[in-house]
Design a protein around this ligand. Structure first.
Ligand code: MN
Length: 432
């Protein structure tokens, strides 16, 4: 089923040309009308949220033959687990119902009031129940920068890096939705090489500009996903900020990789953009040399052209400053390669699992996706909009990332993932 939408198609819901959420997008999220109601599944268009529970109750999605109550749910998971063809029928219904030439919703004032909620009157929730979270390390530029800083230019890339998408198993319990604050972690660090470690709040708190994809249909334990079927298992993408404590990371990461430096918070954007919506922005992925092993070789190697930005608003300042502009297309390892590699052992992925890209850096210094790189390990501090100096994040700082695809006269975007740093919680309060 062709899911690409005429770039000129419009909805009766007003959408500005720089909005991330025109008719062509229709991303899924979980919301509750502010105040009283229980969470349910919605779709964003312009600055409105479409309540899918109402559309289903009013029999307007019947063509898709959905299980009863599938949207009256605090997570997208039941919907995500449906066969892709069935999900595409829902998208087709929504494209028709929201089109400017379709009267069903447009001309029914009562139905429209029950279905379309202004975004400002909605609370947005974590859209997906995430059983497992994996974070890759798929940007060659990022891996090279970090390698140069920690091991020198000669050994920047580890010997395995060009042969497999490096990753680690992350922590799903501390995934949070955009807007939730991030408490500065405390832990062990070794401020002076060769000296004993010390304990305290992390002093080198950082962000990582990433994108992640959610698994739709999973695979059975023992059954690897062939690379050319990987796409069938991807539901959609979100922006990800993988908050990182660099001082804790440096002391703990050998020999088994990151642990406490990454497990205290990972933020995601609230709207999940489907592969169908991204289809017009498909583009070539970087060539790979040396050639990869056959299980990682793609018949149809591609990625997506997604502009990425990071803004930093320093504590006490009124204006944010753009500190990074990058693009998803720079990634050396594609989502299909990540998925094929993850499952090649027979590892089973479940509906709702999140696979994140790793920091997405480009080749120029203004495209680096972390403060570690932007300030080159703190040696080149940056100036904020209000003139303050930053090597790493201070309490009260707000980091906002945004992502969008630029079409001809419209955008398909992800909105924002944002978070403010709070001071460390010292012992004595269990937070419950
Ligand atoms: Mn990361």
């Amino acid at each position: 089923m062709d899911q690409t939408v005429d770039p000129r198609a419009k909805s009766f819901v007003s959408v500005t040309t720089d909005s991330h959420f025109p008719l062509q997008n229709l991303p899924y999220g979980v919301f509750s009308p502010r105040g009283h109601d229980t969470p349910r599944v919605g779709v964003r268009i312009g600055d409105m949220v479409v309540d899918l529970t109402v559309l289903q109750e009013d029999d307007l999605l019947d063509e898709a033959e959905l299980p009863y109550g599938i949207f009256a749910c605090p997570w997208l998971n039941p919907f995500m687990s449906l066969p892709a063809e069935q999900r595409r029928l829902v998208r087709a219904c929504l494209l028709r119902l929201l089109d400017e030439n379709e009267p069903t919703l447009r001309d029914d004032r009562d139905l429209r009031a029950r279905t379309l909620r202004p975004l400002h009157a909605c609370e947005l929730h974590m859209p997906v129940g995430v059983p497992d979270y994996t974070d890759f390390y798929s940007s060659r530029e990022h891996a090279t920068n970090v390698g140069i800083m920690f091991r020198g230019a000669e050994n920047a890339l580890m010997p395995n890096w060009l042969h497999l998408p490096v990753g680690y198993h992350g922590r799903a319990s501390s995934l949070i939705v955009s807007g939730q604050p991030v408490v500065r972690p405390q832990g062990q660090t070794q401020p002076v090489e060769g000296e004993p470690p010390v304990f305290g709040p992390s002093r080198l708190l950082d962000f990582e500009l990433e994108m992640g994809f959610f698994i739709g249909a999973g695979n059975g334990l023992g059954y690897p996903v062939p690379i050319d079927r990987a796409q069938d298992h991807i539901f959609g993408l979100v922006l990800v900020n993988d908050w990182s404590a660099r001082d804790i990371q440096k002391w703990e990461y050998q020999p088994l990789g990151p642990f406490n430096s990454k497990n205290f918070a990972t933020s995601v954007s609230p709207w999940v953009v489907t592969l169908e919506a991204l289809e017009p922005f498909r583009c070539a992925a970087p060539p790979q040399e040396p050639a990869v092993l056959p299980y990682l070789a793609e018949g149809d190697r591609h990625t997506y052209d997604i502009n990425l930005e990071v803004h930093l608003q320093a504590a006490g300042e009124a204006q944010p400053l753009r500190i990074c502009a990058s693009n998803f297309r720079h990634l050396y390892w594609t989502m299909a390669q990540q998925l094929a590699h993850h499952t090649i052992t027979g590892c089973n992925l479940n509906t709702g699992d999140l696979l994140a890209s790793g920091t997405i850096s480009g080749s120029t210094p203004d495209s680096f996706g972390s403060l570690l790189e932007l300030t080159w390990r703190g040696t080149k501090p940056l100036r904020t909009a209000g003139g303050a100096e930053r090597r790493f994040l201070a309490d009260g700082d707000t980091v906002s990332m945004s992502a969008w695809c630029q079409g001809d006269g419209y955008r398909v975007g992800f909105g924002e993932v944002t978070g403010t740093v709070l001071p460390a919680h010292l012992f004595g309060n269990a937070g419950r």
